[in-house]
Design a protein around this ligand. Sequence first.
Ligand SMILES: [Fe+2]
Length: 482
Amino acid sequence: MADATTRSLGFHSLTGEREAVLSLEGSLPDWLSGSLIRNGPGAFELGGASVDHWFDGLALLRRFTIDGAADAVAYRDRFLRSDTYSRARQGSFSGGFATGDGGLLSRLWGLLVADPYDNANVIVDRVGEEYLAMTETPRRVRVDPATLDTLGHAQYDGPAPAGQLACAHVSRDPDGTVVNVETAFGRQSEYHVFEAPAPDARRHVATVPVDEPAYLHDFAATESYVVLVEFPFVVDPLDIFRPGKGGFVDWFRWEPDRGTRVRVIARDSGEEVARPTAPPVFGFHHANAYERDGELVLDVETVPDATAVADLDLSALRAGALDALGGRIDRYRVDPDAGTVDVERLYDGATALPTVSPAVEGRRHRYVYAQHADQPIDDWPREVVKFDVRRRQAETFRTDADAYLSEPVFVPRPDGEAEDDGVVLTVSLDPATEQSALLALDAATLDRLARAPLPDALPFDFHGRWFPELDRATVAAGGGWP
Ligand SMILES: [Fe+2]
């Protein structure tokens, strides 16, 4: 049971930025070489102004560069110099997700069209040769991966269809092709599916109409299909022209009678080939999806309804209202020919931020990793779970100090054969010492291999990705190794 002080830890605001070679307890595998870049809110108050919602904190990029052969880890963090950040420095700090003043002008039009929101605090991912900080608008922010300096915006403006909302998460084919989905508001609103060889290049895959667009944080792409799971949390497209207050999520409504519509689009023809309906739930993340014997298998993290979104209000989180972190792993099995969907609960623990090995993205997977919380949930997760979907068995890891743990990121050993041959990286936050640390776990056993402590406490973050190409030499050459 956490007291109020420890609950507020992790939702605090940083002012400075840090850079250090970290001390290391234990030993890292010699093969582990590259960088973990994580993204998440780093400040909720600035210049006397503040935001209300966790998702509206200013993006803080955090990079751990690992040279396993030398047992060396360097850390650097930088606030993203977005337009949102600049305005916050000048005393005008209003979020775009769920915070914001009302006014006579349309709030949605302003956020999505006139001056698209750019506080890209969800993830840093690679598109072509570029590293982009991303959130749910198509206005991505380019980042130098060595220095974490902000390089400017990247928003597609070519002839292919584009929208005003984007999935924060891209999908990636085994050959590296990036796929994403944007929502375009209009008299007839549409979802546009596209492949992106680079931030400024786009191959149009499909456009499907939608009367009331659903909140799409993530989606699934397999070899033959793109699948949009429309949870019944939807927006009236005319709201984009109406005055009001709040961030864009405040315009969405929970409409359980719609059910969850699973929209299956064939990538070769661009046609929507099936649209079965499943019971109403809400969710942010897909763990993975793949095709097997003509069937589509989607492992999705769900919560009972979209109150999760409002529950991630900062004041609630700081008070310990963390039920929204209690996701379940559900398996959606879709038959595109028959137009049917079956839903089965795979894991009933309380999970958040599920991930799989990058080696199995879009292919059949055996292991899902996630944050894991005790139930009832009154505190931030203190465990990482490794769930074996074949045996339906869960193993968990927690630290001796019972520290909070971030989203786990699996790094496969090069040339490793078993799916869990590699390490799991997670960031801990010890409430007793108020100190964060990078932890490396043996993914096969969940034994701790190494711990690299930071000088102080980082606020909780959202997502990280591992970039093997950003090794120590590359980062040092770019001026990013202290
Ligand atoms: Fe996400």
